[in-house]
Design a binder for this molecule. Structure first.
Ligand code: CTP
Length: 427
């Protein structure tokens, strides 16, 4: 079972409070200990009894309320003394998650106000703080909210980007939803994860540029040609590189996964935008990990408005080749840069084909996976790859993407070690 975390969950007022119940259910099922504090407004949406039943612990709302559990998390011994609840709960937590965070709560957190138990605990907490805003799309887009979010992020708080979708309050589409409970739990576990086993390779002082996700090429104002890449592999590479001490930038093409506070992100949509972002960052990079699924073709012309069906039975969309970004970067590389490509191959001959790609794209390594299998690769949690270099081949058996990422970085570190020849004259 995963390592048990003590999760303090702050629930503020909003229709999305019901999703916090599901988060608690998933977190306790995964073996974590959860305590909940609520704002008074949140109780209009979900009562304390529901959270108490799911956590098996009292729920607190008022700063001056006695905590019958004396600040202890379920499964932990209760102290002899009767501590101040907001300080004790925050002190014992491994992470403080505020989900949903209303616009009002986000503003209070940014201002450092402590006018209820939830906000007081946020000031008292020394553990990582994860804020998942959920609100009406206009409230989210308001410069006041955006400034508050930027301020919190600058202070090291992880503020999740609300996904776009149907909003309960307005019936409209827009940004402002609470991420799905499963994604919230993933973010919690990622933020409280100890680094993987002791580093077997060191990337301290190196600048690593990672591309992640899949590009979207517009057909018209609302439609696109895309692919199924989720960005999980690229984000796992970024986290593993940060664990090993690298300064990491991710060019993220349409990735809806939680962000790592140690990583800088540049968000893009199309292959052309990804190319521009890579061109801007490549000169500074020591290592390029090109994990994004870049469209090989894009609509030759994209319509500014929305394409109408107007009695047509067939529609032809003409596609044109996109530039091969990786090959373009390889053409202007410095010898001290390390370039890693990724190849999604199908079935037999995959390795031979990938080895050919390694050579003609001018790469130092290529990571090959077999997209014929449903249990690994695109949008899956696991992967199984073979890493090819000019002189070697490393097979990584089916494992989490974090583990696969680490194996890729071990190969990168090996490639960057000075060879005996380069290190000194041969005897
Ligand atoms: N790539 C790129 N620019 C493109 C297409 C792909 O930089 N326009 C990069 C990918 O990020 C990946 C590698 O090239 O690192 C994949 O190589 P590619 O030859 O495009 O692979 P596939 O599209 O999977 O294969 P094929 O050409 O065999 O269809």
């Amino acid at each position: 079972m995963a390592r048990r975390r003590r999760i303090l969950l702050g629930v503020s007022g909003g229709i999305a409070a019901y999703k916090a119940l599901e988060l608690v259910r998933l977190a306790t099922a995964a073996g974590h200990a959860v305590r909940v504090v609520q704002t008074p407004a949140s109780q209009r949406f979900i009562g304390a009894a529901s959270f108490a039943a799911l956590t098996g612990a009292p729920v607190l709302v008022d700063e001056f309320e006695r905590d019958p559990a004396r600040g202890a998390f379920p499964g932990d011994p209760q102290p002899d003394h009767d501590p101040l609840s907001h300080l004790e709960l925050a002190a014992n937590a491994d992470i403080y998650v505020i989900a949903p965070a209303s616009a009002n709560t986000v503003a209070k957190l940014a201002a450092g106000l402590a006018d209820n138990l939830l906000t007081s605990a946020a000031l008292a907490a020394t553990c990582p703080l994860l804020v998942a805003p959920a609100m009406n799309n206009h409230m989210w887009a308001h410069p006041a909210t955006q400034d508050n979010v930027a301020l919190l992020r600058a202070r090291g708080v992880t503020v999740l980007e609300p996904p776009t979708g149907r909003l309960a309050s307005t019936g409209e589409q827009g940004a402002g939803r609470l991420p799905e409970p499963r994604a919230l739990l993933e973010a919690v576990e990622a933020l409280t994860r100890p680094p993987l086993a002791a580093p077997s390779a060191d990337l301290v002082g190196l600048r690593v540029l990672v591309t992640a996700g899949g590009t979207r090429e517009p057909i018209d104002a609302v439609r696109f040609v895309g692919n199924r890449s989720s960005g999980r592999m690229g984000f796992a590479l970024a986290a593993a590189a940060a664990d090993l001490g690298a300064a990491v930038t991710v060019v993220a093409a349409n990735v809806a996964l939680p962000r790592d506070p140690r990583v800088a992100y540049v968000d893009v949509e199309t292959a052309a935008e990804l190319q521009d972002a890579c061109a801007a960052a490549f000169g500074e990079a020591d290592v390029l990990l090109m994990a994004a699924a870049v469209a090989d073709f894009r609509p030759a012309a994209s319509l500014a408005g929305k394409l109408k069906k107007a009695g047509e039975e067939r529609l032809r969309v003409e596609l044109e080749r996109t530039p091969d970004i990786l090959t373009g970067l390889a053409a202007v590389r410095r010898p001290d840069q390390t370039l890693v490509g990724f190849a999604a191959e199908h079935g037999d001959g995959a390795l031979a084909y990938a080895r050919e790609k390694l050579a003609h794209k001018g790469l130092d390594a290529i990571v090959v996976n077999d997209v014929a299998r449903a249990d690994i690769g695109f949008d899956a949690v696991h992967n199984e790859v073979t890493i090819l270099t000019a002189g070697g081949e490393t097979h990584v058996a089916r494992a989490s993407k974090a583990h696969v990422a680490r194996a890729v970085l071990d190969v990168v570190a090996g490639l960057r070690e000075p060879t005996a020849e380069a290190a000194g004259p041969a005897s």
